[in-house]
Design a protein around this ligand. Structure first.
Ligand code: ADP
Ligand code: MG
Length: 348
């Protein structure tokens, strides 16, 4: 599906492990004062003065989390970093460093890894984080990536999943469902391509969705915005698995219930038109889709005026007493219990 635009193939064996590490990491310059020592010693050395440190790690496995038949390696490098930064921002903290570990089989030439690291570099530059280490090893089959993100924050700013109170407002950033639909579009094109390898996919009408899937962004801007607005969320989580599952996490950890209003869920027009084309339900996709990497958070009602009208932020519901449970209030004004998979009526 993706042409090999890189006919040159240098085998990894030619370089050896240390040559490879040196080659892939030579152009990464440290941007953060907190990065005292980056790549090149037995360990990185970081200095955060009196700040609290936030750490998160994620692993991505070929064939499970990504498919190289439609995921360009540069995008994969970018996305691997972004999904980890998103976890740091979800703590209302600033991401500062990452480590990137890769295991690859000898099916990958050096040029493929260069592409991957070009994506890593772009993400590092854009989000102002330093690559300060990693590990490089071989795998029998396919590619495995593990990224660890490190961040910092003041103790009173760090936001947990557990701080939501009844009557707090539930707020989401951006719009939902796009990344999942982008994946559906790519999977459909892959099937078409299998049948007819000469077909040229026309992804233009779906460019927003495909970009949401292949090149997601993390909401660093929202962490900065909330600081500027002087709003400290009471609880926060990033949306990696879908709105319903993240709401359940907030409710469980905060010991509250929730009313989510279907008509408030922010959807891009392409999400609406594409769900119609795919005969899917847009609300269902937003609830269960995942990979949008938006932030979901709760705020005290007294902070509503500070966020009101901001185009990045949408109030989609409010928290309730735990005993009331978590519910979706549909457009038809019926109340349905939310489950991690979506909602009850879609079970079975
Ligand atoms: P060790 O044997 O102590 O694990 P390595 O030879 O694996 O050391 O790594 C040497 C240096 O290169 C370390 O700073 C390590 O963090 C860094 N490094 C190794 N692999 C990668 C990678 N894939 N990306 C970035 N840095 C890496
Ligand atoms: Mg090592």
């Amino acid at each position: 599906m993706l042409e090999d635009k890189n006919p040159q193939r240098t085998s990894l064996e030619e370089l050896g492990e240390f040559g490879l590490i040196e080659h892939l990491t030579q152009n990464f310059e440290l941007q953060r004062p907190s990065s005292l020592k980056g790549i090149g010693d037995d360990a990185a050395v970081l200095d955060f003065d009196n700040k609290k440190i936030v750490v998160s790690t994620d692993m991505l496995v070929e064939g499970v989390h990504f498919d190289l038949s439609y995921m360009p390696l540069k995008h994969l490098g970018y996305k691997s970093v972004i999904v980890n930064l998103s976890d740091i921002y979800a703590m209302n903290a600033m991401a500062t460093q990452v480590t990137v570990s890769i295991a690859v089989s000898n099916r990958f030439p050096l040029e493929a890894l260069e592409e991957f690291y070009a994506g890593v570099a772009t993400a590092c530059k854009l989000y102002k984080v330093d690559l300060v280490g990693g590990d490089t090893t071989s795998s029998n089959k396919g590619m495995i990536i593990s990224v660890t993100a490190i961040g910092m924050g003041n103790e009173h700013e760090i936001t947990y999943r557990s701080g939501a109170n009844p009557n707090d407002l539930l707020v989401v950033t951006g719009d939902l469902g796009g990344a999942y639909l982008g994946l559906q579009v790519l999977e459909r094109e892959k099937e078409v391509f299998k049948v007819n390898p000469n077909s040229q996919p026309d992804l233009e009408p779906y460019s927003y969705l495909v970009e949401r899937q292949l090149k997601p962004e993390a909401r660093k801007d929202v962490v900065e915005l909330l600081k500027k607005l002087e709003v400290k969320p009471t609880a926060m989580i990033d949306i990696s698995d879908g709105l319903s599952s993240e709401i359940m996490h907030l409710c469980k950890h905060s010991e509250v219930g929730c009313n989510l209003f279907e008509d408030k869920i922010p959807l891009d027009p392409t999400v609406i038109s594409t769900t119609e084309e795919f005969k899917m339900d847009a609300t269902m996709i937003a609830l269960s889709g995942g990979e949008d990497y938006e932030l979901l958070f709760t705020i005290d009602q007294k902070d509503f005026d500070k966020i009101k009208g901001n185009p990045n932020l949408t109030v989609i519901g409010h928290m309730t007493e735990k005993t009331a449970g978590a519910h979706l209030i549909t457009r038809a004004n019926t109340k349905i219990a939310i489950t991690a998979q979506g909602w009850n009526s879609f079970k079975g």
